[in-house]
Design a protein around this ligand. Structure first.
Ligand code: ASP
Length: 580
């Protein structure tokens, strides 16, 4: 037996007992006549002590180094200088026998909560990084979240079904990762961007309620904090309307917030996509704070200010308590919105002073009563600062949304321990893409139009709203789904609208259309991004920190060094040739 207890378990109750522990040497303090070793395992740290009474042992302990793996046997004794910071801090083990289980090279960074290792180095030696509390605790936290999800959904009657990874394209708007087939020269599997079509087929198969915590693969261009493989909580239900799905998964989210943070959240607000865009310039608004958009387009035009007169949209937000900002601070914000990443041409500000007066960068053109109107529209009060951007509607919304988040960040309004979920509903079914000159499915091609809008499919497809919904938490989309098309004719129509010829549709989705001929029930579902959900519930931003072996921002696994070349023989077997 390697151990009788773990390193996080022993306390004053065990004094006098003989125990055996195994773990890693975290730290050695050699005081000459006595040596203290902090022994670490997943559960905690226990102090081992060696003294002159056994000089052989003392000498043996002196040979150890950081991260050596040892087994120590001895008696639990009360500690002279107690450490109230750790649960085992009242005791130590007076070691009687020490066995070296494995030695260790000096680790490339310190295995401490605050490490000296940079990100790249820690990723290369991720197995050492995982020994550190912050990473270890994140993985334990993730496990807790997935356990809560599984148990909750199992209690609701969901059945866990695995779907295959070697499939053909399931479009979710990204590129496929493909796997060449050795046995079928010139043919390829695609890794699932999601199990979308399979879960729909499970509904046709009568499974009624399906869940799978599943890896998905999307070959997207590099974006910060995206992983080419990520995990979804993927769900589907038969005989449901949108309302049933919203209720079920609001229940799950409430359960998680309660179990993890002890929070009782009231019913989630719902807003339409249009309203989200109008009030927040964003389809995943962070509603932990206000600063909703005021539309100044009507009132700010025609007053002789050329810049505004030429713009499509003039939008403003009221930044609470920021009227006291100095000129320098405001210039800094102006520079911030003009950075190429944001791309605003300029910014207008209005200080609504505590004494009720106004001071703005456009005083020449607007009277105090004009500015009072702006204040009314943006919801500004005395002491607030109104920031205004203008330009083409969509880009102005995007820019002001970024500014709103930035100001919230600067004012400390994005509190990680506050949780503000909401549903965004009524998404457009289709989205026009200028580049390809055709419509794209905003969600995916299997999403059903709202029945009341379906008649517009032939005349004005861009106007059709979908029975699609996103669950948003603190400015992040944590889940999204839709009611599906379950009718073959409608699915065919949809694919046609998306530019698929009949042959292409049959080749790519024939299996689904066939299934729809055999009594497909009405159905719908949702998928949560588990990595992000866990990070947000953990009060953090970076999903990498919650993935055991993540890829870096360039999509590489720097530990195993992947992707990598393969041998000539492998290429031949796969009937592939690299073109230099
Ligand atoms: N398959 C969708 C996705 O991965 C989710 C859903 O519609 O259920 O985003």
């Amino acid at each position: 037996m390697y151990r009788t207890h773990t390193c996080g378990e022993l306390n004053a109750d065990y004094i006098g007992q003989s125990v055996k522990l195994s773990g890693w040497v975290q730290k050695i303090r050699d005081l000459g006549a006595v040596i203290f070793i902090d022994l670490r395992d997943r559960y905690g740290i226990t102090q081992l002590s060696f003294n002159e009474n056994n000089s052989d042992l003392l000498e043996q302990a002196r040979q150890l180094g950081r991260e050596f793996v040892i087994q120590a046997e001895g008696k639990v004794v009360e500690r002279a200088s107690k450490n109230s910071k750790i649960p085992t801090g009242d005791i130590e083990i007076l070691v009687e026998k020490l066995i070296l289980l494995n030695s260790s090279d000096i680790p490339p960074f310190t295995i401490e909560d605050e490490t000296d290792g940079g990100e790249e180095l820690r990723m290369k030696y991720r197995y050492l990084d995982i020994r550190r509390n912050p990473v270890k605790n994140n993985l334990i936290f993730r496990s807790k979240v997935t356990r809560l999800v599984r148990n909750y959904l199992a209690d609701q009657g969901f059945i866990d079904v695995e779907t295959p990874y070697l499939i053909k394209s399931t479009p979710e708007g990204a590129r496929d990762f493909v796997v060449p087939s050795r046995m079928h020269p010139g043919q390829f599997y695609a890794l699932p961007q999601s199990p979308q079509t399979f879960k729909q087929l499970l509904m046709v198969g009568g499974m009624d309620k399906y869940v799978q915590i599943v890896k998905c693969f999307r070959d997207e261009d590099l974006r910060a904090d995206r992983q080419p493989e990520f995990t979804q909580i993927d769900c589907e239900m038969a005989f449901v309307e949108q309302e049933d799905i919203l209720q079920t998964f609001e229940g799950l989210t409430k359960h998680l917030l309660k179990e993890i943070h002890g929070l009782e959240v009231t019913d989630f607000p719902r807003i339409s996509y249009d309203e989200a865009m109008r009030r927040y310039g964003n389809d995943k608004p962070d509603i932990r704070f206000g600063m909703t958009f005021g539309d100044l387009t009507q009132v700010a035009k025609g007053k002789g200010f050329n810049v505004f007169d030429q713009q499509g949209a003039i939008l403003g937000i009221a930044v609470p308590g920021a009227a006291s900002y100095t000129r320098k601070q405001i210039d800094q914000i102006t520079d911030w919105v003009k950075r190429p990443q944001i791309g605003a041409k300029g910014m207008v500000y209005v200080k609504y002073n505590e004494d009720g007066s106004f001071k703005s960068s456009v005083d020449k053109f607007y009277t105090p009563s004009d500015l009072a109107e702006w204040a009314k529209i943006t919801g500004a009060g005395p002491g607030d600062l109104i920031l205004v951007l203008s330009g083409e509607l969509d880009s102005t919304r995007t820019q002001l949304s970024a500014l709103r988040m930035e100001m919230a960040e600067r004012l400390g309004l994005r509190k990680p321990d506050e949780f503000a979920p909401l549903w965004v509903v009524d998404f457009p079914l289709l989205e026009w893409d200028d580049e390809t000159g055709r419509y794209h499915a905003m969600h995916h091609p299997f999403t059903a139009p709202k029945p009341e809008d379906a008649h517009l499919l032939d005349t004005d497809p861009g106007k059709v709203r979908a029975n699609a919904y996103d669950l948003v938490l603190n400015g992040n989309e944590i889940g999204g789904g839709s009611i599906r098309i379950h009718d073959k004719t409608m699915q065919a129509k949809m694919l046609k609208l998306l530019g698929f010829s009949d042959e292409e549709a049959a080749k790519q989705f024939g299996f689904l259309m066939n299934a729809f001929q055999y009594g497909a029930p009405p159905h719908g579902g949702i998928a949560f991004g588990l990595d992000r959900l866990v990070a947000i519930l953990g009060g953090q931003e970076t999903i990498r920190d919650f993935i055991a072996f993540p890829k870096n921002n360039a999509g590489r696994d720097v530990m195993i060094d992947a992707p990598d070349t393969i041998s000539r023989e492998q290429l031949d077997e796969l009937h592939l040739r690299i073109i230099e």
